[in-house]
Design a protein around this ligand. Structure first.
Ligand code: INI
Length: 172
């Protein structure tokens, strides 16, 4: 089944358009930071499981590794500009306390990822944890509070299917 978004409503009410959760036929790139590697690996596992569980074929997934979260935007941008992927998912963990430059690393990663997405028109998802402690990072990477890598992967499918629907002129 092709990746689909849904248009509902109309008939006098607001028309609603939403991305779907069927990733069949989508090509997704994942960029993961090696800094805090055990957390990055947990986020990556969550993302890959979510993509496979929603129909994205293994052969349609590219995984790239970068040294740290600061480097995520550059590689995400390069992948987005290749025009081979429908979405890019960025994963990593910036943990306060390990570095006095937490704010620079986290801020630049967030700003850069947003900029790349806006400039290329390709959805680039922010699956980067910005937390105070390693325990908080573990809780959000397959622990008590879910897995932000999986969340970002699902967000990628939703955004890619939504943009496809808008580009295909599915709105009357
Ligand atoms: N990179 C991270 O991904 N997480 C961190 O917590 C972190 N800390 O703590 O410094 C970090 N630093 C490295 C940074 O992302 C760059 O790789 C490095 O500064 C080289 O440009």
């Amino acid at each position: 089944m092709p990746a689909r978004a849904r248009v509902t409503g109309g008939r006098g009410g607001p028309r609603r358009v939403e991305g779907g959760r069927n990733g069949a036929g989508l090509r997704v790139a994942v960029v993961v930071s090696r800094f805090n590697a055990p957390i990055g690996d947990r986020l990556l596992s969550g993302a890959l499981r979510a993509l496979a569980g929603h129909g994205v074929r293994r052969a349609d997934i590219t995984v790239a590794r970068v040294p740290g979260a600061f480097e995520l935007p550059l590689v995400a941008g390069r992948l987005a500009r290749l025009a081979r992927h429908d979405a890019v998912v960025c994963l990593g963990a910036v943990i306060r306390g390990e570095t006095p430059h937490f704010d620079y690393v986290a801020g630049e990663a967030a700003r850069g990822i947003a900029r790349v997405s806006q400039e290329t028109g390709v959805p680039v998802l922010f699956g980067v944890l910005t937390v105070d402690t390693p325990a908080q990072a573990r809780a959000r990477s397959g622990g008590r509070l879910g897995n932000r890598g999986a969340d970002a992967a699902l967000g990628a499918i939703e955004m890619a299917t939504l943009l496809r629907a808008l580009d295909a002129g599915s709105l009357p």
